[in-house]
Design a protein around this ligand. Structure first.
Ligand code: PMP
Length: 427
């Protein structure tokens, strides 16, 4: 195939290319596909890896002799906290094992800060004139919709390969006391796949903030979700912040949603001892204790932190070929044409695809009409508005490998057609 960048082709060559893509697209729509690359859900084969959970727990008492069927133990089973403290590089006393959703814990922490303030807040955030968060983009849509639901303003900074653009973050946080927090997905970010380096983490932990109660919502949802044997180690944000004199700045979240069951895993929160005490202090009015039966099941299923790591290798064996298929399909159809860039993540659940400016919504519409559901264009930006209309989040985990191959060949056709249309209009 001709690999000349589309932008360098003559009007006649471009017209030929456009015609070819129109025919390819017409053939695609005639296939009557029904494929879905919208959400980062584990596949059935991945869920099956954890089905031993359905026959656990064996017995009803934990190592301390606690009857897990009863009320109590708000901070979660000690054994499970010890296991995940090792994996998340935190102290077990600073780790809470909660319900099945870390998103719920993030929401609870946010609402607690709005209603009560944090351990170092001059007043509840609701009593501030304005609350603003720094949002690296592209980012996780549910982070942004959560903030939007409380009227919190969002300032975007670019997400780079080594994490958020830290110069931009520093300048937003330094002078504006309304900036109370920021989102960071430190490992294999949704959707960029970026991993926050030690250096960037150190600067985020140490940067001066106008708000004394500035918080980093450190959402380590993909801490253990490697796609290669080169396993990224998440920066130890709690120690970095503590050493820099901002011990209460980070609140870390994680869960087993993409380790065991997305709908019935265990979620975790880690922070300074004071932050944990404040969190549980509010939580005691909302719960008499988490689902300890499920927590004990997880303890027995994994056996140890090493058991969790081994289990993640089995996920990798299922997921890695799907990510390779995404890259292969995009490279085959679009490589060298100068109409798309995409990530080749070493972990996590997403590929971030940037098409020509002004083309993302068109690509998603074309794909939809061909029976391929993609995450709405702009979803990775606050209020769903991508100022350049170029980013598309691809989620290849759920469909079977063959479906990923078919869907991605189709997506590539849509990208090529949208680019040819755009360049022809301009030319
Ligand atoms: N954070 C990120 C960055 C995610 O991508 C997801 C799932 N898509 C979640 C949190 C949700 O986590 P949980 O299932 O623990 O609520």
């Amino acid at each position: 195939a001709d690999r000349t960048p589309l932008a360098q082709r003559s009007p006649e060559e471009l017209a030929t290319y456009l015609e070819r893509q129109r025919r390819a697209y017409a053939a695609l729509t005639e296939r009557g596909l029904r494929l879905d690359l919208t959400r980062g859900k584990p596949s059935t084969a991945q869920l099956d890896l954890s089905d031993a959970l359905l026959r656990l727990p064996d017995g009803v008492t934990d190592a301390d002799g606690v009857d897990v069927r009863n009320y109590g133990g708000l901070s979660g089973l000690r054994e499970l906290r010890e296991m995940f403290a090792e994996l998340l590089w935190v102290d077990p006393d600073q780790l809470v094992a909660g319900g099945s959703s870390s998103l719920t814990m993030m929401h609870d922490v946010l609402v607690q800060h709005l209603l009560h303030g944090g351990v170092d807040s001059p007043r509840p955030w609701r009593d501030e004139d304005k609350v603003t968060f720094v949002c690296p983009v592209p980012g996780y849509d549910r982070h942004f919709t959560m903030l939007a639901s409380y009227g919190i303003e969002m300032l975007t900074v670019p997400m780079r390969g080594d994490g958020p653009d830290v110069d931009a973050v520093e300048s937003l946080v330094r002078d504006d006391p309304s900036v109370k927090g920021m989102w960071v997905v430190p490992t294999y970010a949704n959707p960029s796949g970026s991993v926050v380096t030690q250096e960037v983490a150190g600067r985020l932990a140490a940067m001066p903030a106008a708000a004394p109660d500035f918080r980093i919502f450190w959402d380590n949802a993909y801490a253990l979700h490697h796609l290669t044997s080169n396993e990224a180690k998440s920066a130890d944000i709690l120690s970095l912040a503590s050493a820099a004199g901002h011990p209460h700045r980070p609140v870390m979240f994680a869960s087993t949603s993409k380790i065991t069951y997305a709908g019935a895993g265990v979620a975790f929160l880690a922070a300074s001892r004071e932050n944990v005490a404040a969190y549980l202090g509010h939580q005691q009015f909302a719960s008499i204790g988490p689902d300890k039966v499920n927590q004990l099941r997880h303890v027995q299923f994994f056996g140890s932190a090493e058991g969790v790591r081994q289990h993640m290798v089995r996920h990798r064996e299922i997921l890695a070929p799907k990510f390779a298929a995404v890259d292969a399909a995009l490279t085959a159809a679009l490589g060298g044409l100068g109409v798309a860039e995409w990530t080749r993540p070493a972990g996590g659940y997403f590929v971030s695809l940037d098409v020509l400016d002004g083309c993302a919504a068109r690509v998603v519409t074309l794909a939809k009409e061909a029976g391929i559901a993609l995450t709405p264009a702009g979803a990775s930006f606050p209020h769903g508005a991508d100022p350049r209309d170029r980013n598309i989040r691809l989620a290849p985990s759920f469909p079977e490998l063959e479906e990923v191959e078919t869907a991605m060949a189709g997506v590539a056709t849509c990208v090529a057609l949208a680019a040819a249309e755009r360049l022809s209009d301009v030319g």
